[in-house]
Design a protein around this ligand. Structure first.
Ligand SMILES: [Mg+2]
Length: 256
């Protein structure tokens, strides 16, 4: 066991791109959607590029706009707006098509969503030893759907969803709430996540342990330039207890 992890008594996981390949599902879902219903004269890859450009413009500020309260409840309005903006970029103004693309994308993405191959084995081994929890950002309906699709709800004693709490990681209040319901001290809790900014830095700053899962597949469809590579540790930022390339590496680190 890694010495610094000896005090760990409970573990919280992030969901997307920690336990399941969300970005892979998103990329597949977009491609299939545009192959099915994309406007004529545009190939699917081209439409994905327009979607990505619209995403880079729309998504980063979402939480500071009037879209946020609705987004917390359901992913539908912002997902449809995202498609509307994608179509607008290619000169098409068809609200019904935006809705159809949005719905199809949601279904195709869900159909493509898979746990990483070692996730079940790792959760099976950890569950008898540590109380487990999930802290995941995103709309309530989408996150609940993902948990249902993946069949992992029963592994977790506590499931904290941004859409249900009205706030998400990296807010300190989220980590405070997670600490208090787990009934442990902060230094007894381990966060396992793929996002340095949302999962790892916050956990370390609030006194938890953190293990960073960094995979080559962790690249969003909207990536361009520098963001085509998985996230790097910002200069001078606190180091996680460990960085791993797959979930199964977690077992050895915890002495299992
Ligand atoms: Mg994640």
């Amino acid at each position: 066991m890694v010495g610094s992890l000896q005090s760990v008594r409970a573990i919280y996981f992030d969901l997307d791109d920690t336990l399941c390949g969300y970005w892979n599902a998103s990329k597949l879902g977009l491609r299939r959607t545009f192959e099915k219903y994309g406007p004529e004269g545009f190939d699917a890859e081209e439409l994905v590029r327009h979607w990505a450009a619209a995403f880079r413009d729309f998504a980063p500020d979402l939480k500071r706009t009037d879209w946020y309260p609705g987004y917390l409840l359901t992913g539908e309005p912002t997902r449809t707006e995202q498609m509307r903006r994608m179509l607008a970029r290619i000169g098409i103004d068809e609200p019904a098509l935006a809705s159809r693309l949005s719905m199809t994308y949601m279904e195709e993405r869900d159909r493509s969503l898979e746990l990483f191959p070692d996730a079940v084995e790792v959760l099976d081994q950890l569950r008898p030893i540590f109380p487990l929890g999930l802290i995941t950002n995103g709309p309530a309906d989408i996150q609940r759907q993902e948990i249902e699709t993946l069949g992992i709800g029963t592994y977790f004693r506590h499931i904290l969803i941004e859409g249900e709490m009205g706030e998400g990681k990296p807010a300190k209040s989220v980590f405070d709430r997670a600490t208090s319901i787990m009934g442990c001290e902060r230094h007894e809790i381990l966060m396992v996540g793929n996002s340095y900014r949302h999962d790892i830095r916050a956990a370390l700053e609030y006194g938890w342990h953190a293990i960073w899962v960094l995979r080559d597949s962790d690249v969003p469809p909207s990536a361009s330039g520098d963001t085509l590579k998985p996230e790097a540790l910002p200069q001078g930022a606190p180091e996680p207890d460990a960085t791993i390339g797959s979930l199964s590496a977690l077992l050895g680190l915890l002495g299992l």
